[in-house]
Design a protein around this ligand. Sequence first.
Ligand code: PLP
Length: 284
Amino acid sequence: MSRTVYVNGEYLPEERATISIFDRGFLFADGVYEVTSVLDGKLIDFAGHAKRLERSLGELEISAPCSVDDLLEIHRRLVAENDITDGLVYLQITRGAADRDFAYPTDATPTLVLFTQSKPGLADSPAARTGIKVISIEDQRWGRRDIKTVQLLYPSMGKMMAKAAGADDAWMVEDGAVTEGTSNNAYIVKGNTIVTRQLGTEILHGITRAAVLRFAREAQMRVEERPFTIDEAKAADEAFITSASSFVMPVVEMDGAPIGTGKPGAVATRLREIYLEESRKAAV
Ligand code: PLP
């Protein structure tokens, strides 16, 4: 069945949705995006995603095509029209279409596209019970990873490297320290302490990361925001990732070696429960 998608003010069947070949998102990856999860037909942390979107647009001097209230309305209408119980809403804003030139055009109108992905049982993924396997790869992305741009080729290559190695994902390493996963933030747990890379231009400021660290601190867990190495990860008691689509997902293997017991750890399991419970309560 065809989805209803949103393109520049119109709700259309996906087959009829088009954008220009001159769109700078297509020619220059000159655009930003957000992915918001949907549980029980409601949006998880919409306000957090809207705020980060505003920041990404500001950093690239792209003007917002509409208000945050309008965006919420579009999200809700797509969730309703596509009958999404559990799934994702993808939003992309590009600088718009203009004759090809590296300099930003002054007269382009931003392109706004949204679509849904239905993922029945999103919060009940079997991987959360077994944990996932990761490999380490060099971080070869650009230097402004704090902006959520659509330049996702290196993360795609990373996922393919993981797949080729029989793993599920890759953690990227720069100057000897882990930055993040290809599409998620990375954490290790040693004793009572959760360690994750500090915010900066080296990583995406995950919306799930912010919520999970807040819940961890509220639950009296110790949190250290600092760089950590792959050797530390291999010697950790447990590890996990966070993202809007995976929530909190245990990591049980690094470069072929088990982490801790090789099974999902107590901290990741507890944080996943708290995150899902609190996020469902606050969903809009
Ligand atoms: N880091 C990267 C590189 C990502 O692509 C993502 C999500 O797509 C994340 C972290 C997690 O961010 P969030 O929790 O906002 O989904």
